[in-house]
Ligand binder design. Structure first.
Ligand code: MN
Length: 231
């Protein structure tokens, strides 16, 4: 078998302490998974988790100790950061019970769900899809994936984002409305999860705009930090 055109390159992410890379299958994202952020986006209380997707090749992988260059995207004047815990799926499945869910996790990383907020607000008003506001090129900067066994107690870790050295977002993973296990449970009812899937688990309060030249530094206790500059 030969392809009619050259096959696309496999999107992948560095792995902490290894020369191996993690191949990306799909990118799922959870909306409004921290109560304070849900409120800042106009929501109320605990609603069932909802999901959207980014293309696999929207990842912008950043190696340990490096500063990634994220291009300021076209069509927006309100380009927002959302710092998030990213879960890397190592074992697929459907209808995964929450009690078994963590066995399906290969590792964790720090990611940014970059958002064209003005386009997202328009889409919400018009009842249109979010793809253009969430799934654009380089919309998913991500640091190295740390294997779960080496990642420490992610469920209780602090999560933060600084822009040009000043705090913008700071919370704890235990403030998530839906835990990693619950997210995997819900997701796997709607899609068959596959090895290589990434799940962006939602962002805490404090989302805001960045401009060209800004330096974004995000972290989660026990994981490699993520540093990118808006170019
Ligand atoms: Mn998000």
């Amino acid at each position: 078998m030969t392809y009619a055109i050259p096959a696309p390159e496999q999107a992948c992410v560095p792995v902490t302490g290894s020369s191996e890379r993690f191949p990306v299958h799909r990118i799922y994202c959870v909306g409004r998974n921290y109560a304070e952020h849900a409120r800042e986006m106009g929501g109320t209380g605990r609603e069932a988790p909802f999901f959207f997707m980014k293309p696999a090749d929207a990842v912008l992988p950043v190696a340990a100790g490096q500063t990634g260059e994220v291009p300021y995207p076209a069509l927006t004047e309100d380009y927002h950061h959302e710092i998030e815990l990213v879960v890397a799926i190592g074992q697929g499945g459907s209808n995964i019970a929450a009690v078994d869910a963590l066995h399906h996790v290969w590792g964790y990383a720090v990611g940014l769900d970059m958002t064209r907020r003005d386009l997202q607000s328009q889409a919400k008003k018009q009842g249109r899809p979010w793809s253009i506001s969430k799934g654009f090129d380089a919309s998913a900067p991500i640091g190295p994936i740390t294997p779960a066994a080496q990642a420490g107690e992610v469920a209780r870790a602090a999560i933060w984002l600084q822009v040009n050295g000043a705090d913008r977002q700071r919370s704890r993973i235990d403030q998530m409305i839906w835990s990693v296990a619950e997210i995997i449970g819900h997701l796997s009812q709607a899609w068959t999860l596959q090895p290589g899937d990434l799940v962006f688990t939602g962002t805490p309060a404090g989302v805001g705009a960045v401009v060209r030249g800004d330096l974004l530094e995000g972290g989660i206790d026990g994981l490699q930090a993520l540093r990118v500059r808006v170019a």
